[in-house]
Design a protein around this ligand. Structure first.
Ligand code: ADP
Ligand code: ASP
Ligand code: MG
Length: 439
């Protein structure tokens, strides 16, 4: 059995959904099809929720009206028969009814999660209606019945496996399943999600849960490119990547994959394929345990980074100092990406500054603390890239004149990371594209 995940643009128009139906009905293998929300819907739901949180019901209502109009236009192009149109109308009625009710209740974090879940619920139910109209046998599996995260928002793979297998066992004659990406239930049993872009993570978790033959991530580009195509003009697709390389790229900002989406597939050695819905015959990128070749494969950028610097003479000849510093971040559930130390200073970077005030207060006990916000981590990723002595030279000579705030080299053999001011990101990515890839 395999997993096929389709992202927002892949289901973003009625014609795209028709195309997805064609893609999932080829071949004899059983499939679990994981869908994102129609592109733009989750952004709209976030905006609706933000207006409600601010108490601006009028603005929220207007946004709900706009979203409703989009779906009212979507349905007649998606399905043609009276029965299917009636079924689709009932789906819109149910979910937009919910969105009108929330205008009358007070906003909470739990309500926010309920609002965000509407996108995937709508896309899967509408797609299922189309499949039924076309006479394509399938079962719609509610992800809320089997996707689980714990109190630390970590997916509970064993529970997911148990619940998903139980769901599949109820449909022994079915070979095609449709389910929602992104959404799950948390430890309190409430609706929750795997964070923005989380449908990739859902797909990989489901692949691990059923030990799928392959986890296919269908998107709007033909595989992982060597650089961010949103920023750099000339980029090329990469045929093959190892799990380690793909995980580094996803974690360090390659938007094509959710940052955490590789580990479940890697743990169960399930190949991941990145494929293009708009160009299904393109080879895309195959991600497996094997590293295809040594050397730089791609460059990614991770935005929204803050550097925290601690200067302390107490570090001189002291042991246990770093442990105390790390404990502050651990206690505040904030993970560290890069770290450099000298005899009197330590600098770390974080991508989540929600607990920054508490962290700074606690670190002040160790010495002088300062921060640099608005930073970007640029990562050059590839098998054994950090053991290629000429690579550093190429990187630094192509970046002559650019201020590099921090360098991380040697921690992972597969990654060389640089910290630069966010406003230098475009220039750095472009210059490295030339310096590292001759593009
Ligand atoms: P989906 O909605 O299918 O999940 P995403 O928008 O999340 O799609 O991811 C695909 C997008 O990722 C591409 O359209 C591209 O702009 C962006 N992207 C960023 N970095 C890369 C990269 N290195 N290779 C390919 N795509 C990338
Ligand atoms: N719909 C969600 C989002 O826009 C999840 C996803 O697309 O992967 O973030
Ligand atoms: Mg995505």
């Amino acid at each position: 059995m395999k997993i096929m995940k389709f992202g927002g643009t892949s289901v973003g128009k009625p014609q795209r959904m028709h195309e997805v139906a064609r893609l999932i009905t080829t071949g004899n293998e059983g499939k679990i099809v994981v869908l994102s929300a129609v592109s733009g819907t989750t952004n709209s739901l976030v905006a609706i929720s933000q207006q409600l949180a601010k108490g601006d019901r009028h603005a929220a209502k207007a946004l709900i009206g706009d979203l409703r109009a989009q779906y009212d236009a979507f349905v007649p192009e998606l399905v043609q028969t009276a029965a299917a149109r009636e079924a689709a109308a009932a789906i819109l009625h149910e979910h937009f009814d919910f969105l009108s009710i929330i205008l009358r209740i007070s906003w909470s974090e739990a309500l926010n999660k309920d609002i965000l879940a509407q996108g995937e619920l709508l896309s899967t139910k509408l797609f299922s209606t189309y499949l039924t109209e076309q006479g394509i046998a399938h079962a719609l599996l509610p992800a809320l019945d089997f996707m689980r995260i714990d109190a630390y928002e970590e997916p509970q793979l064993d529970t997911i496996r148990e619940l998903l297998q139980a769901q599949l066992a109820q449909h022994r004659d079915t070979t095609l399943f449709i389910t929602q990406g992104f959404i799950c239930r948390n430890a309190r049993g409430e609706v929750d999600n795997l964070k923005r872009g989380g449908s990739d993570y859902s797909a990989s978790l489901m692949a691990a849960a059923i030990t799928a033959s392959v986890c296919e991530i269908w998107t709007d580009i033909s595989g992982m490119h060597n650089n961010d195509p949103r920023v750099v003009e000339r980029t090329v697709p990469i045929g093959q990547l190892s799990f380690d390389e793909a995980a580094e790229l996803a974690y360090f900002g390659a938007k094509i994959l959710h940052p955490a989406s590789i580990w479940p597939a890697q743990q169960y050695r399930i190949p991941v394929r990145l494929l293009n819905t708009m160009e299904p015959s393109a080879p895309g990128t195959l991600i497996t345990q094997v590293a295809a070749a040594r050397g730089a494969k791609a460059i990614a950028a991770k935005d929204g980074i803050t550097a925290v610097n601690i200067k302390s003479s107490r570090m001189l000849l002291a042991y246990g100092f770093l442990r105390k510093v790390f404990e502050v971040f651990e206690k505040n559930r904030t993970s560290i990406d890069m770290i450099t130390t000298s005899e009197v200073a330590v600098s770390v970077t974080i991508d989540n500054d929600s607990a920054l005030p508490e962290i700074l207060e606690e670190l002040a006990a160790f010495g002088t603390v300062s921060t640099d916000g608005g930073q970007t981590i640029i990562s050059i990723v590839g098998h054994a890239v950090a053991s290629d002595t000429s690579m550093l030279q190429r990187i630094f000579s192509s970046l002559e004149g650019v201020e590099i705030r921090m360098v991380s080299y040697g921690g992972s053999l597969h990654n060389i990371s640089l910290l630069v001011d966010a406003d230098k990101k475009k220039e750095v990515l472009q210059r490295l594209n030339k310096g590292v890839f001759n593009l």
